[in-house]
Design a protein around this ligand. Structure first.
Ligand code: F6P
Length: 322
């Protein structure tokens, strides 16, 4: 192996830059040439390849977003798109690829590897933490800390006005951000896609708190909750219980930007190094993850098929302590 490429794909996540840096510097240390592909699979098709040197990744470990930019590509879902991507990769002499992203990224890499003989190694980069094969994905720790800080601020104003706040956090299919930030901020309830939401039950919790003269309440809602987003749920609650004045805050993409936490920088650095080492070991079609502090390899097919599961005892914490 003489030349490798690295790209970021899907929703960006804080720590992706730290991972790109680790891939580039590890590759160079091993005597490899390294190229970056801008805009994920779309850039592979549009020939957005750039050479990366040690100083190309200077001063990025602390930066959010991704210097390589990211995209979701419909064209790569077609055979024709993948054929163009392969032609470009071959013309640049790429012998192996590090793909930093989520399950959509690994699904694309898996299909590509079934058609073409080029090794890919995946690195889990998504704020959602929904990937099987790693305790944490790159970006998750930053996202939960941003959500926690935002909810702390909301709590101050909620208390000042005796209000009930519904705070919507990211997580299209996963409630990890909601759960962690909800526990950390002492939320009254956390609603996640992984468990069925019972609005009447939620109202009875809120009523009990109201009768106990709790001055404010916070309900954290994952955007993908089965009962809807924060606006829909708040509307339904309001129609049945008017004890509190209600306000709604959607944290949205604030959770994806800004400097990565220390944990995310360290995880990203470690996984970036591991990805290059695994390519050099001859591995392919696997995601590198970290479980109980050890580097673990998970085949793409499993990383795509399974999802990290919510620990039910964490959900219980909310009801015990609220
Ligand atoms: O997958 C990460 C994520 O941030 C989800 O939590 C969210 O639902 C989605 O991406 C938003 O995607 P976009 O930035 O394309 O709106």
């Amino acid at each position: 192996m003489k030349k490798i490429a690295v790209f970021t794909s899907g929703g960006d996540a804080p720590g992706m830059n730290a991972c790109v840096r680790a891939v580039v510097r590890t590759g160079l240390n091993q005597g490899l040439e390294v190229m970056g592909i801008k805009k994920g699979f779309a850039g592979m098709i549009d020939n957005l390849f750039i050479p990366l040197y040690s100083n190309s990744v200077s001063n990025i470990i602390q930066k959010g977003g991704t210097i390589l930019q990211s995209a979701r590509s419909d064209e790569f879902r077609t055979k024709k798109g993948r054929a163009i991507a392969y032609k470009n990769l071959s013309e640049h002499g790429i012998d192996g690829v590090v793909a930093i992203g989520g399950d959509g990224t690994f699904a694309g890499a898996k299909v590509f590897m079934e058609e073409y003989n080029l090794p890919f190694i995946g690195v889990p980069g998504t704020i959602d933490n929904d990937l099987f094969g790693t305790d944490n994905t790159i970006g998750f720790d930053t996202a939960i800390n941003i959500a926690m800080e935002a909810i702390d601020r909301i709590k101050d104003t909620a208390h000042a006005h005796d209000r009930l706040f519904f705070v919507e956090v990211m997580g299209r299919d996963a409630g990890f951000i909601a759960l962690q930030s909800g526990i950390a901020t002492g939320a009254e309830a956390v609603l996640v896609p992984e468990s069925k939401t019972d609005i009447d039950n939620l109202i009875s919790t809120l009523k009990t708190n109201y009768e106990k003269k709790k001055s404010s309440s916070i309900v954290v809602v994952a955007e993908g909750d089965d009962a809807g987003g924060a606006f829909e749920i708040a509307k339904e609650v309001k129609s049945k219980f008017d004890g509190y004045e209600i306000r709604i805050t959607v944290l949205g993409h604030t959770q994806r930007g800004g400097p990565p936490t220390c944990n995310d920088r360290v995880l990203a650095s470690r996984l970036g190094i591991a990805a290059v080492q695994q390519l050099l070991n001859g591995e392919k079609g696997v995601m590198v993850g970290q479980i109980h502090k050890d580097i673990v390899l998970t085949p793409f097919k499993d990383a795509i098929k399974y999802h990290q599961r919510i620990n039910p005892s964490l959900l219980e914490i909310i009801s015990i302590l609220s």
